[in-house]
Ligand binder design. Structure first.
Ligand code: SF4
Ligand code: SF4
Length: 178
């Protein structure tokens, strides 16, 4: 790395901001940096992107939000690939509309960390107790981590609730059930 903090010759990519194609300098560097923070929250990852983008590009203040959003959408695809996720949609439904993720009872949790180590999707982080840091990375209908908890501290919505939620969302998005 050079003394100015750059990573050699910056790469560039055109992304759509508000319907217009804009060249983003340092695209690969911005994405690589953000991918180093997979254990952080979406907001923290978004912040890494914002900082990287501003370090490599002049961003008109009025458009900063739109630039970040455009890069964020690109990043989500790369992140999904890196995490081995097939999709950020579940059968055509945006994943973040499906309230399926674990809830930890802090009074029961002893902070043993078994669920944190078990979950390949990095849904949890350990901060004294297990914390559900990335809820929407949880695989819809998976309850695997409950088998790790001897304290019965992890719970999920019921499968009946999930079925009802999916039914309503399929209707909302006009998706014909299989
Ligand atoms: S396995 Fe159970 S007790 Fe251990 S950290 Fe996870 S929730 Fe807490
Ligand atoms: S249910 Fe599966 S994907 Fe979700 S947090 Fe537990 S182990 Fe991870």
């Amino acid at each position: 790395m050079s003394s100015c903090g750059c990573y050699g010759v910056p790469t560039s990519k055109r992304v759509k901001v508000e319907g217009q194609e804009i060249g983003i300098s340092g695209y690969d560097e911005i994405m690589s940096k953000a991918l180093e923070h997979l254990d952080k929250t979406d907001e923290e990852q978004r912040d890494v992107i914002r900082q990287g983008m501003k370090a490599h590009n002049y961003v008109p203040p009025a458009l900063e939000k739109d630039y970040v959003e455009a890069l964020w959408q690109e990043f989500r695809q790369l992140r999904a690939k890196k995490l081995g996720q097939v999709e950020e949609r579940f059968h055509g439904i945006p994943r973040e509309e499906i309230a399926w993720f674990p809830t930890v009872d802090v009074d029961k949790c002893t902070g043993c960390g078994k669920c944190v180590d078990f979950c390949q999707r990095r849904v949890y982080v350990l901060d004294d107790k297990a914390v559900v840091r990335n809820p929407y990375r949880c695989v819809v209908s998976c309850t695997g981590c409950t088998t790790q908890c001897s304290e019965d501290a992890i719970s999920f919505p019921s499968l009946i609730e999930l079925r009802e939620t999916l039914k309503a969302l399929r209707k909302k998005y006009g998706i014909i059930s299989e």
